[in-house]
Every structure is written in structure tokens, then in C-alpha cells.
Design a binder for this molecule. Structure first.
Ligand code: PRP
Ligand code: URA
Ligand code: MG
Length: 212
């Protein structure tokens, strides 16, 4: 898997505030939204375009526009919803599919409770958004689901990643030959005994939307 940790002072500044236990939900949502826009700029470097010509007020100009089929953005509910608007702001013509997944906090296994995506993802570029890559169980299950539907190019955007999660994804998809990219704002130290990222930011879903 190709991993990019976005090294930028604005990203570091916003991420530090996001981690702060004293940051309230409204501020957390705003920071997550701003961060995903910065990550999306890097994550879409390989977005497919076709040549396109326009007339400027002065002369003809050659350029590009997004190729069809348009990219599909897939937030993993619930916490991934906090990254959706930032992503579609940059890719307004993208379609959006939804995966509802929850990690069982005893077994740390991911369970899927909702799927609402096109049946056929052949030839689609997919951008999966989820703030946290911890054990990697959730993202691995999500990417497998997308590959099973025919997606051939998946980029994951996470605010934070743990080394254990990256290793899990590398093992899960070694030899599939399909490109997988991860773009994250930081690679943290490790997981604790409860499977939480250290130093992390706590439970992203709870911090965005309250405790459920
Ligand atoms: O890498 P993993 O060990 O699988 O953990 C990461 C998952 O945990 C969080 O979701 P959670 O299960 O808390 O659901 P929520 O978004 O509804 O809070 C997070 O948003 C990821 O989806
Ligand atoms: O640190 C973590 C790990 C999984 N899910 C979260 O929300 N936070
Ligand atoms: Mg959660």
C-alpha cells in the first residue's frame, strides 16, 4: 500500500487542536472538515481526467476535466460522515455511497450494518473516508467490499493511522495487484490495550456526534 503522511504546518496545527481533549464537538467538526479538505488535495493527485478545451475571453485554451465515471466517495458511518462535506467540496461531481460499520469493542472485529452503494463499481475510482485507522479491521473489510463490487482503485483518507492498521492492510491486500493508497494527517505511535490509537484523539465518532 502506498502511504502518504501529509507533512504541512497547517495540517499539524489543526490536528493538534483536534486531539485536544478540551476541544468541543462543534470545533472538532469544523477542524475535521478543514483537515479533510487539505488531505483531499493530496489524495486526489491521481484522479482521472480527460483533455478538455475551452474558450477564454481571449483565446482557445486546452485543459482537462474530471473523467467519467466520476469518482465515488464512501464515508464509513458514523465517524466518516464528519469527512464527507470536506471531500465533496473538492469533488462536487463525485457520487456518494455509504458503508455503516462498527467495531465490536470487545473483539475489535468490524461488523457491517448498512450498505448503500452502486452494485457495479467496475472502473470506478473510490475515496473511502474514515477518521481512524486503528487495528485496520474496519478499513480492510470496507476495501474488500469495494473490490468485490469491482472497484479497481481505492484511496483511503484517515485523519490518524496506527502502524498496526497499516500492517494489517498491507497483509490483507498483498498480491491483489490493485492499487490502494492511504493519505493521513499523522502516523501515531501504537494502539493501547483497548485498541485505541496512542496518543490519538479518543473515539472520533463520539467526539463528532456525542456518545451513543
Ligand atoms: O481500525 P479499527 O480497529 O477497525 O477501528 C477504526 C474504526 O473505529 C471507529 O469507528 P467505530 O467502530 O467507533 O464506529 P462509529 O464511527 O459509529 O463511532 C473509526 O471511525 C473506524 O471506523
Ligand atoms: O483510537 C481510536 C480507535 C478506534 N476508533 C476511534 O474512534 N478511535
Ligand atoms: Mg466510534
Amino acid at each position: 500500500m502506498e502511504t502518504l503522511v501529509v507533512d504541512h504546518p497547517l495540517v499539524a496545527h489543526k490536528l493538534t487542536a483536534l486531539r485536544d481533549v478540551n476541544t468541543d464537538s462543534p470545533t472538532f467538526r469544523r477542524l475535521a472538515d478543514e483537515l479533510v479538505t487539505l488531505l483531499a488535495y493530496e489524495a486526489t493527485r491521481q484522479v482521472r481526467v480527460t483533455e478538455w478545451s475551452v474558450e477564454t475571453p481571449v483565446a482557445p485554451a486546452r485543459g482537462v476535466r474530471l473523467a467519467q465515471p466520476y469518482p465515488l466517495v464512501v464515508p464509513i458511518l458514523r465517524a466518516g460522515l464528519g469527512m464527507l462535506d470536506g471531500m465533496t467540496r473538492l469533488l462536487p461531481t463525485a457520487e456518494v455511497g455509504f458503508l455503516g460499520m462498527i467495531r465490536n469493542e470487545s473483539t475489535l472485529e468490524a461488523e457491517t450494518y448498512a450498505t448503500r452503494l452502486p452494485e457495479d463499481l467496475s472502473g470506478r475510482q473510490v475515496y473511502v473516508v474514515d477518521p481512524m485507522l486503528a487495528t485496520g479491521g474496519t478499513l480492510a473489510a470496507a476495501i474488500k467490499f469495494l473490490f468485490d463490487r469491482g472497484a479497481d482503485d481505492v484511496t483511503a483518507l484517515c485523519l490518524l493511522a496506527a502502524p498496526e492498521g497499516i500492517a494489517h492492510l498491507d497483509e490483507s491486500f498483498a498480491g491483489t495487484g490493485k492499487p490502494i493508497r492511504l493519505v493521513t494527517a499523522a502516523l501515531d505511535e501504537r494502539l493501547n490495550e483497548h485498541g485505541y490509537i496512542v496518543p490519538g484523539l479518543g473515539d472520533a465518532g463520539d467526539r463528532l456526534y456525542g456518545v451513543v
